[in-house]
Design a protein around this ligand. Sequence first.
Ligand code: UD1
Ligand code: UDP
Length: 440
Amino acid sequence: MKIAIIVGTRPEIIKMASVIDEIKRRGIDFVVLHSGQHYDGELSDVFFEDLELPAPDYNINVGSASHGIQTGMMLSGFEEVLVDENPDIVLVQGDTNAVLAGSIVSSKLHLAVGHVEAGLRSFDLTMPEEINRMVSDVCSAMYFAPTEDGAINLIAENIPREEIFITGNTVVDACYRNLKIAQRKGIESDYLKAIDIDNLDNILTLTMHRAETVDNKERLTNVINAFKELKEVNIIFPIHPRTKKNLENFGLFKELDELDNVHILKPIGYLDFLNLISKSDLVLTDSGGIQEEAITLDVPALTLRYNTERPETVECGGNILVGTDTNLIVDNVRKIIEDEEFANKMRNAKNPYGDGNTSVLIVDAIEEYYKKGLFNISAPDMIYESFKRKMAVITEDITVDEFEKKYNTAVHLVYDNNKMVFPYDDLNLKDLMITYDEYN
Ligand code: UD1
Ligand code: UDP
């Protein structure tokens, strides 16, 4: 079996690291394709070093450009490599342009696509990431959903249940494996050493880079206004190049940089970042990965967004959406810093993303699929005359698996007391409402 792994940006490298390690550990043949979307050392090479990953076998070198150009270059670049390498499965991770391009190219080459972190939905189509993850979830053959919520989103979009694997999120593997290493090594960033973060109080780690936040002058201004009020809080801000460029273009960078409580530094490596957030009282972020890392490391998170494709973090009490509303930011930061009970409740929220063995579950599922010959994607040879979508309330004492076998059908949606639930093989359907497909 040969596995191709596509990465392209900082979070993809971090979140695929444990999967690459696991593939290597099992002696499976693999190639790594880098889209080149992130090319600065501090957004790419540093993660290969920190996470001790093999250098990519290919780099498409797309660099920075519009969505159309970047995605177009990835389509042709990935196609050339994948035709040559002919892997059994192509793994993509998350929701970047590499996921969009990788999924489209691979599925049209009839190569199986495995989407790591499938099923996330913000239900906000103004986000490029929402489009990317939805397109990938049309093209994939295996879906590695971090949580049951994500799996249910996929079921609701008619993805067959046997292609969905609830695995947790590889970010937990990355955190658990690297926090100890990071703590042993200690802080390496000269800037963090210089401000002596071990002896700072009220540490807030800030990151923001999402288009909807940092391409918008008013939203950036609201956030800066909050920091003007929060004089007692030390805001440590490893700044993404997109954000720095925009703050400069909007004429806001100097104003932010001159605030005594704001410490702006270049993006830092993964080990330094883990040390930083684990020493922080809270994080304020619009990042997807950092919402997950915060709950994994028991650090309260405030999210600078109006929605999240990680609703589990909010539902379990570890994350609060504050948008870019100045007052909401100020009030919630102060609550976390000043109200120990409130902060502890957030810290003790249960991590919904698994216990750090996600990469093992993913590679187990891939090996199983390979053994069953499920990667050989070809046109169907079953002749059928009709296809009907049906609905029923089940009165029989029967599991999902038994129902499918008995009636030669595929169960899709299952409602238990009006709430959608995941159709596990052994779920008893008695008294539940289902939708199912029938081919004749
Ligand atoms: C991309 C992803 C986003 C992800 C983020 C992770 C898409 C649509 N966006 O956003 O989902 O959360 O990565 O960090 O795929 N730049 C540099 N050096 C680099 C790369 C970029 O300076 O190595 C600057 C350029 O000015 C560029 C800007 O950052 O125009 C934005 O880069 P881009 O690749 O468009 O997306 P990100 O904002 O990084
Ligand atoms: N990160 C890092 N150094 C930094 C900022 C972030 O190592 O200076 C890591 C962070 O630990 C997380 C990932 O980058 O794992 C998140 O990436 P980003 O916020 O760029 O993207 P998103 O997760 O929103 O797609």
